[in-house]
Ligand binder design. Structure first.
Ligand code: PSV
Ligand code: MN
Ligand code: MN
Length: 424
């Protein structure tokens, strides 16, 4: 399915008057409205190929129908999202779920949809059919060198696919760890993992980066070999200048101060990328901003401050990705909501008066500090985000248009009701 330009135009003219009123009202109050809109237009968030279908849990999976069955159909879905919001212009692939049989054809398809290839993801947390060694007791940490080599070779293969597609980064998330005290030597597991990562690192092309993603627990419940940002940073520092830490918002122990983590990683020049999602308990992978929007804003506040301090371009300085799963919502509608929430948090962070905040800090005026942050957070920035979409020929209200055009019904018509997308 493809959305026609006139359908977006018709939708926008229906909503134009109301939007204009709200935008002008807000713009009168904000001195940098135009600058913020321009930054929002540039900002793109990569969609993970594994979030396009119903994820389910280990208790069951309730498929929604019309899910993408092939890599081509996944690209089609992301193309639809991008048409609706013009902020989802990149895709993050996962190998072997998304092996491009014909990379040139996939590249052409991406160009047709206006998409580029963000970080490639490897998978050494599952055993694949025909695989020689099992990852039951880990991959890069494994006590058996042959298992470690298999994991390294797989990552090098993922880099090769990425090079063919024009990606320039690899994300390594390892489920390695242990479930019981005594099961492994923490030091040996670390050393083995570091040695394996070194071998992958040596295979990176000059212009590539590797992102080392950490996670506190699950599927291992006693220890995880890349368990937190300190461990990830240790690996990244030991590997070299092309290695960075990747922060997934759902991968911390409860109440962790993620904005502080982000701030220090940026200061060290070691923050590489983001996986946005939200959670109440653990790695819930819920819609970004659905549970803790203030936290998302505080994180963006540190991102903007830290990137500005280093003169980094917001849009291209880091890898911006969503990592979500869907059990009860339509995955495409959910992704539209996630992108909107991320754009809103970014817009609110751009509203913060950094000079006034710094002055208040110097005077230890704690009340003023809070006022400055909360004034920005409590501003309804939706008209700014909508204006950015309008100027990019996207829809003023993407979820509304998705429903009006019956996108899901069309996809079910084309692909069938009983479809299962590959992914988590
Ligand atoms: C598992 O926790 C996970 O959600 C990680 O966040 C990875 O980024 C993702 O799977 C894909 O491998
Ligand atoms: Mn992740
Ligand atoms: Mn996760």
């Amino acid at each position: 399915m493809r959305i026609e330009r006139y359908q977006i135009d018709e939708h926008n003219s229906r909503l134009a008057e109301g939007h204009q009123r709200k935008f002008e009202f807000l713009a009168q109050d904000i001195s940098r409205a135009e600058e913020i809109v321009q930054k929002l237009i540039k900002f793109q968030i990569a969609i993970p190929s594994w979030a396009l279908g119903t994820g389910g849990t280990r208790f069951g999976r309730f498929s929604g129908g019309g899910e993408p069955r092939t890599l081509e159909e996944k690209m089609e879905d992301i193309g639809l999202l991008h048409q609706l919001n013009q902020s989802s212009g990149a895709v993050s692939l996962h190998i072997p779920w998304d092996i491009p049989e014909n990379p040139n054809a996939i590249k052409a398809l991406a160009a047709q949809y206006g998409l580029r290839f963000d970080a490639m993801n490897s998978n050494t947390f599952q055993d694949q059919p025909g695989q020689q060694h099992s990852y039951k007791f880990g991959s890069m940490q494994h006590v058996d060198k042959a298992v470690r080599k298999q994991a390294v070779d797989h990552n090098i293969e993922v880099i090769k696919y990425g090079v063919e597609l024009g990606s320039d980064s690899l994300t390594v998330w390892l489920s390695d760890g242990s479930c019981f005290p005594g099961q492994l030597s923490f030091r040996r597991a670390f050393e083995n993992t570091l040695e394996s990562l070194h071998e992958v690192y040596s295979a990176l092309p000059d212009n590539w980066k590797v992102f080392v993603e950490y996670k506190a627990f699950e599927p291992n419940f006693y220890s995880t070999t890349v368990g937190d940002w300190g461990q990830s940073l240790l690996y990244a520092n030991k590997l070299g200048s092309k290695a960075y830490t990747l922060v997934d918002l759902g991968h911390h122990l409860p109440n962790a101060n993620i904005e502080q983590i982000v701030s220090l990683l940026l200061m060290e020049g070691k923050l590489g990328g983001f996986h946005f999602n939200d959670s109440k308990y653990g790695d819930d992978d819920l819609t970004a901003g659905s549970v803790k929007p203030y936290q998302l804003f505080l994180i963006f506040n540190e991102l903007v401050a830290g990137m500005d301090a280093k003169g980094m371009d917001h849009a291209s300085g880091l890898g911006w990705m969503i990592d979500a799963s869907h059990n009860v919502k339509d995955p495409l509608e959910d992704l539209l909501q996630s992108v909107e929430a991320i754009m809103m948090a970014y817009a609110q962070a751009l509203l913060v008066d950094a000079a006034a905040l710094e002055a208040a800090r110097q005077e230890n005026d704690v009340v003023r500090c809070q006022e400055i942050l909360q004034n920005a957070f409590r501003t309804d920035v939706r008209p700014l985000v909508a204006e950015a979409r309008l100027r990019s020929n996207a829809a003023l209200n993407p979820v509304q248009l998705f429903r009006d055009l019956k996108v899901r019904e069309n996809l079910i018509g084309e692909r069938g009701l009983k479809t299962v997308a590959t992914g988590l």
